[in-house]
Design a protein around this ligand. Structure first.
Ligand SMILES: C[S@@+](CC[C@H](N)C(=O)[O-])C[C@H]1O[C@@H](n2cnc3c(N)ncnc32)[C@H](O)[C@@H]1O
Length: 238
C-alpha cells in the first residue's frame, strides 16, 4: 500500500472515480467457514472501513441479521446507502473508526476489519491512529466479543499492536491469497495456527515469504468494570 491509503481524501477520490464493487484481499465465500466458527447469525456486527465491498451484503444474504457498516468516505457511504436502501439488516453510516462515539460501549458482538487498520498504518501518525482505532474497537465490543482483523500484516508487524490491548486473547488464522492457486497446506483455515510470544512460530509453519493473508481473531476478555452511563446509540434496534 502507498502512503495515500492513509488519507481520507484519497478514498473519496477513489470512490468518486471508481464506484463499482471491489473487495480487498478476500471475498465472503472464502471467509465464511471462519466466520461460522466465531459468529452467530443473530450477532450484532460492525464492519469498519467497509468501502464498496460486497462483504456486508453477502453476509446478510447468508442469514446474518444485523450488519452495520461504517466508512470515513461520505462518497462511498452515500452510494452504499442508495444501493442497499431496501435491504433489511444492512446499515451504512459515515463515521471515523477512530471516533465511534455515536455507538454505545459494549454494543457489538463482533467488529470485522478487512484492510482498514492496514490503510491507517500507511498514513501519517500511523501508530497514533492505529491505537485510537483499536481502543475504540475494544470499547464498542461486548465482553467475549471478537475483533476479526483480515490483513496482509504478519505477526511481526501486527502482534505487538494487538497485544497492547491487554484484555484481548488472540488467535491467528491464515488463508491463501485469492490469486494463488491452491496447493498442499500445513494449515486449515478454521484452526488457529500456533503462536508463540514474538510470532516467529509462523515462519516455521509457513516459510519466510508465505502467500497468505493473516486473520487475527481477538476475543475481548470479560471486564471487571461496571458499565458506564452512555448516550443513546443511534443505530441500536428499538
Ligand atoms: C483497503 S480499503 C478496504 C475496504 C473494504 N473493507 C474491503 O475489504 O474491500 C480501506 C477502507 O478503509 C476506509 N477508511 C480509511 N480510514 C478510515 C477511518 N479513519 N475510519 C473509517 N474508515 C476508514 C477507507 O475509506 C476504505 O474504504
Amino acid at each position: 500500500m502507498t502512503h495515500a491509503y492513509g488519507e481520507p481524501s484519497y478514498w473519496d477520490q477513489r470512490y468518486q472515480s471508481d464506484p463499482g464493487t471491489f473487495d480487498w484481499y478476500q471475498k465472503y465465500p472464502s471467509l465464511a467457514p471462519l466466520f461460522d466458527r466465531y459468529l452467530l447469525r443473530h450477532h450484532r456486527l460492525l464492519l469498519v472501513g467497509c468501502g464498496n465491498s460486497a462483504l456486508g451484503e453477502s453476509m446478510v444474504d447468508d442469514g446474518y441479521q444485523d450488519v452495520v457498516n461504517i466508512d470515513i468516505s461520505s462518497v462511498v457511504i452515500e452510494a452504499m446507502q442508495m444501493k442497499h436502501m431496501d435491504k433489511q439488516g444492512l446499515k451504512y453510516i459515515n463515521m471515523d473508526v477512530r471516533d465511534m462515539s455515536l455507538f454505545q460501549s459494549s454494543s457489538f458482538d463482533a467488529v470485522i476489519d478487512k484492510g482498514t487498520l492496514d490503510s491507517l498504518m500507511c498514513g501519517h501518525d500511523a501508530m497514533q491512529n492505529a491505537t485510537k482505532m483499536l481502543l475504540e474497537v475494544d470499547r464498542v465490543l461486548k465482553d467475549k466479543g471478537v475483533y476479526i482483523l483480515i490483513t496482509y500484516g504478519g505477526p511481526s508487524y501486527r502482534l505487538y499492536m494487538l497485544r497492547s490491548i491487554q484484555r484481548w486473547a488472540i488467535n491467528l488464522h491464515v488463508i491463501d491469497r485469492v490469486e494463488k492457486s491452491p496447493g498442499p497446506k500445513t494449515w486449515t483455515l478454521t484452526n488457529p495456527v500456533p503462536l508463540n510470544t514474538d510470532g516467529s512460530s509462523i515462519a516455521t509453519l509457513l516459510g519466510s515469504n508465505p502467500e497468505v493473508h493473516y486473520i487475527y481473531v481477538c476475543t475481548k476478555l470479560e471486564s471487571q468494570r461496571p458499565p458506564q452511563n452512555e448516550t443513546d446509540d443511534v443505530t441500536a434496534e428499538q
